[in-house]
Design a binder for this molecule. Structure first.
Ligand code: NCD
Length: 304
């Protein structure tokens, strides 16, 4: 019974293949009949979410589980219960898996200490978001024609991740999987949104043009407006000028360059409409692939 805590511990090749099987199955029957089990999968979402939560809910339904969504406001957390006691409580009721999104880095590891059911990290603070990285990898794997996933199939590819690297769990988990697959990863952020120490195996720059130049893939990240309040970003106008992924900046990349964004996107800030909705955008493919990947991960975690 495996937990899914960090991207580093995922059996990537197996999960890509399982996700692809889900894609084929759902292409043949978009709403397949299911065999419902008398079993719950809990989704503890202590931070807002649209696509991650919807994808995990759909994954649970596809596997015949009933998804039980619990938010901080609606649960005993609001009465002072600790995360570990919540996890013990759900275990005592025979829960099959717990999907956890939490504002604190490391929360899924604490949960895993007291859980017999698998814990699936759906984002912990600014730390990791393994299933997002896996769905991003799956999206690229499809785009590049399903190369052998056991090889370094992204070698020779330049991938630029541009935005608030400091607070991004998406960047951290992606860095792990992309470099494992052989990609050259560039992390680009304004000086105040760089991580405290350089992240391993990545090029770091403040210069978005340098990051995007000759890139095969550009991944834009959401600029959290709360960072403005913390005084980490002097102005959104300056951010747009220096870091926005817009058609002019994208022309520096390879003509075949694809654009990704984990969502939610803030149109007109980190990315323009033309790019987000353009032919080079993989953004909605990422959202769709999120369902296949969550089904694959939940299936693997509950059935192996
Ligand atoms: C991200 C998250 O919550 O980590 N979104 C997601 O899960 N698709 C990124 C973000 O909030 O900017």
């Amino acid at each position: 019974m495996p937990h899914v805590l960090t991207a580093a511990a995922l059996p990537v090749a197996e999960l890509l293949r399982r996700a692809d099987t889900w894609r084929e199955r759902l292409a043949a029957a978009p709403h397949p009949p299911i065999q419902p089990k008398a079993a719950l999968v809990a989704l503890l979402f202590y931070e807002p979410s649209t696509r991650t939560r919807a994808a995990f809910e759909q994954a649970a339904v596809l596997l015949g589980y009933h998804p039980l969504v619990i938010t901080a406001e609606s649960s005993s957390v609001a009465k002072g219960e600790s995360l570990q006691d919540t996890v013990r409580t759900l275990n005592a009721q025979g829960i099959c898996a717990i999907v956890l999104r939490h504002p604190h880095a490391g929360a899924p590891w604490l949960a895993a200490q007291v859980s017999n059911a698998p814990i699936l990290n759906a984002g912990d603070g600014a730390h990791e978001h393994p299933t997002q990285a896996l769905l991003d990898l799956y999206t690229l794997w499809l785009h590049f024609g399903k190369p052998d996933p056991a090889t370094r199939w992204l070698s020779g590819r330049k991938i630029a991740i541009v935005g608030d690297i400091r607070h991004s769990r998406v960047a951290r988990s992606n860095l792990i999987l992309l470099t494992q697959a052989g990609a050259e990863v560039w992390l680009c952020a304004p000086p105040t949104l760089q991580p405290d120490a350089p992240l391993p195996n990545a090029h770091h720059t403040h210069d978005a043009d340098e990051a995007v130049r000759n890139a095969d893939v550009v991944m834009a990240l959401r600029i959290q407006t709360e960072r403005m309040q913390q005084g980490l970003l002097p102005s959104l106008d300056a951010y747009r000028r220096d870091y926005q992924i817009n058609p002019e900046r994208l022309r520096l990349a390879k003509p075949t360059c694809m654009v990704m964004h984990p969502g939610p996107i803030q149109r007109g800030i980190e990315i323009t409409d033309e790019v987000a909705d353009g032919e080079q955008s993989l953004i909605l493919a990422q959202v769709r692939n999120g369902v296949y990947v969550r089904a694959a991960v939940l299936e693997w975690a509950t059935e192996t």
